[in-house]
Structure formats: C-alpha cells, structure tokens
Design a protein around this ligand. Sequence first.
Ligand code: 6PG
Length: 465
Amino acid sequence: MAEARIGIYGLGTMGSALALNFAERGIATAVANREAEWIAPFLDRAGPLADRLVAADGLRALLARLSRPRVVMMMIPAGAPVEESIARLRPLMEPGDILVDGGNSDHNDTARRAAALAGEGLHFMGLGVSGGETGARHGPSLMLGGAEQGWTTLKPLLEPIAARFGEAPCVAHLGPGGAGHFVKTVHNGIEYADMQMIAETYGLLRDGAGWDAPEIGALFVRWSTGPLASFLVETTARVLSVPDPLSGRPMVDMIRDQAGQKGTGRWTLIEALKLGQSASAIEAAVGARAWSALKPQRLAAETQLPAQTALAPLPEPEALARALYAGRVIAHLQGFEILRAASTAHGWTLDLSRVAAIWRAGCIIRSSLMNELVAILAETPQRPPWLAPAIAGLIGPALPALRETVAAAALTGLPVPALSGALAWYDSIRRGQGTANLIQAQRDAFGRHGFERTDRAGLTHGDWG
Ligand code: 6PG
C-alpha cells in the first residue's frame, strides 16, 4: 500500500536526520537500510515522529510504499555503494520515477548516471546536502542537479525541509546532470580553505604568541560577530573552549594534528585545474591536510632541517582578523570563479548570486560575507566575481593586514599556506603586466613553442642564439 511521498535508503547520520526532518514537516517518509536491524532503533529514537515514518524491509518494499511518481533518496557513502544501489534499484523502478543521490558524489559520476538512467525514463538527481547532522535534521542547504521534471516533483518535498534565510528556503535547482553535486563540491572547497585559514590563524596565536586554546577561543567568540561572523568561526570558538574530560586539558590539545578528507576538496581543485582556473587558497587547504597526514616525516624533519627564522612581531589580533577576512573573501572569489567557469564549460547557466543565496543558511560556509555576496555577485554575472565594483571595498581595508600577517609568518617560520596562497593569487590577478613573457621566451628557446609579440598579431619565434 502506498503511504509515503519519499523513501530514504540509508539510515546513517545524514539519512536518519533527513528522514526525521521530512517527518517533522508532515511528509510521510518510508525508510530502508541495508542492515535492516537499524530500522527499529531508529523508529524508537523518532518518538512521536514515528507516526509519519514507514519501515520497509529492503528496496522492493521501499518502492511499494511510495506514491507515484516514486521518489527514492539514497543517503549512502559516495562511490561503490551508490553504484551498487543503483544497480539494485534500476530493475525495480519505472519510467517517471526519481532517484536522488543525497551524498557527496563526484559530479562526473552523477552526470554519467543521470545520462544512463534517462534512457530508461528515470530521473537521476544529484543533491548536495550541507549543514552536517544538525542541518540535515533542522534545515540543510540543498543544491539540486538533474532533469527539470525531477525538480518539479522534488520542489514541494525539499522546500519544507530546507534551511530558511528569512522566508526564503535555501534550496535551488542549479542545472542538469551533475550541476548540484558540482556546486556542493565547490562549497566544500571553500569550506576547506576557510577552515585552513582559521587553523593557520590559530597556529599563529598558539605558536607565535603562546596563547592557550581557551584564550584563542575567547578571541574567536569576539570575532563571531562583525565581519567574520560565520558558522565556522562560531564552531571554532566553541571547540576551543571545550576541556578534555580525561586529561582536563583543552580538548583540541589532545587531538592528533592529522586531518582527514573524503575527496570533495580535492575534486574542487582537480575541476579547477581542468577548467584552467587557479584556486590557490583551496589548493593550499587540500595540500595542508595531506601534509598533516605525514606526522612521522614532519617530526623527523623538525630536528633535521634548518629553520633559519628571524624574530618578527606577530600582528595584533585585530589585524589577524582582517587578514583572515581578506583570505576568506579571496577563497570565495576563487570558488565562485570555478563555478562560473564550470557553468560556461558545461552549459549550465549557473546564477552565482542564487548560489550565494542558498548558502546564507543551513550550510557550513554560511557567513555575513555570504549575505553580502548575494548582491555583489548579481552586479556583474558575466565577469569574474573579483571585478564586481564592491569587491575592492571589501578587500582594500583588510589587505595591509594580510600582507603583514603573511610576512610575519614567513619570517618566523610559521606555515600559513592558504593565507599566503590567497595573497599570491591577489597580487597576480591584479597585475596587468606579469612575468609570463619570460616563460614564453624560455619555452620558445628550448622547444620552439612560439610566442605572440606585444606589437603585432600571430605566433612567432625568437633567435635565441
Ligand atoms: C557539509 C560538509 C560535509 C562534510 C564533507 C567534508 O557541507 O555539510 O561539507 O558534507 O564536512 O563531507 O568532509 P571531509 O572534510 O571529510 O572531506
């Protein structure tokens, strides 16, 4: 008997939270899980919401519980699990049914899957879901890609569960195929850069000024209102103040300095490179996580390699805040430019201002900056975002502090790869006359690659002797 409007397959952290969110919004939801024994405890935890949840024993039963057109949302790990579940669902589904992948899948996989299933009349939709467990439970930011017909059916289901900025639900249909997952990937790239720059600032205060975690946390509390106001700064403030129940020391001091990563930051970078883009702040953040994993090598290098540092005064905390702000603006510009380039390359007609709008609530990178970017990105949609007239006003006042911070860090030997990457990008992108003329001369001298002269058109060669 059809009882539910949507079926969730996968009752892990995100799937469970989304199922409860749907139920709370009055949307009858069927649930299934590979390990069927997870379902009963989930329904117990659901309390009164269990009335709107329908347990299904397997995929066939899940589909049987759904009204038409049937919507199944997979909330399972990206990669092989998604591939295997599609293979199992495919023969059970009918033309017009909608299959949603709500995980952090590679947009290339999503585009391929959408194309393959379209041949059978199935709408395969890639849905980026941001906001972690709390977001999924109470209002995530939702980035959807796939066929227009899929959006028509999903809109009344997704709008009620999405985060709200004022009255506006933070959900959008961003384009066909993998567009939604691409936008989510770039969201995560910006997330990586922002987290890394925050961590670099923490490192300067800890290792350059000798502050302890609660002191730095108190500073971040101050920063969580004003220009740096954001979910990530608030989260940083919170985690820095938490003590470890075992040792009594700050919890962060008891955590190994080796960061994990599941792939979205790296994919942002790979896609940026494929599109001929620079995303130096994001690249630095991905690289820094990789270097963090090399703990034994770093410990060995610490005693073996010279430091050759000089004493340089660390900028005042408020200058660090401005440096962090400048870095954040630059990371966002890089991310939005990747979206613009991808949109052109894939024919998506992405509206960057709209993307910023659905990133104002629910998602990990929500911030006061994002709220400002909505209007700024609407100013010059056809041009790189840094050419929007308002950007100079955002970066200008913070730029001296970014220079001061990167310089002080370099002199004292404290690593700030994302902040310095951001500054290097800024100084490159605002320089009309660069140094690539010499690169061209070198290329022509050793490989006869040819170059264009400044005073006439066409490829020519030099006589390099
Ligand atoms: C979000 C987050 C979430 C998660 C990513 C990144 O928007 O809610 O981006 O999706 O944090 O999976 O995870 P890693 O840091 O492990 O790559």
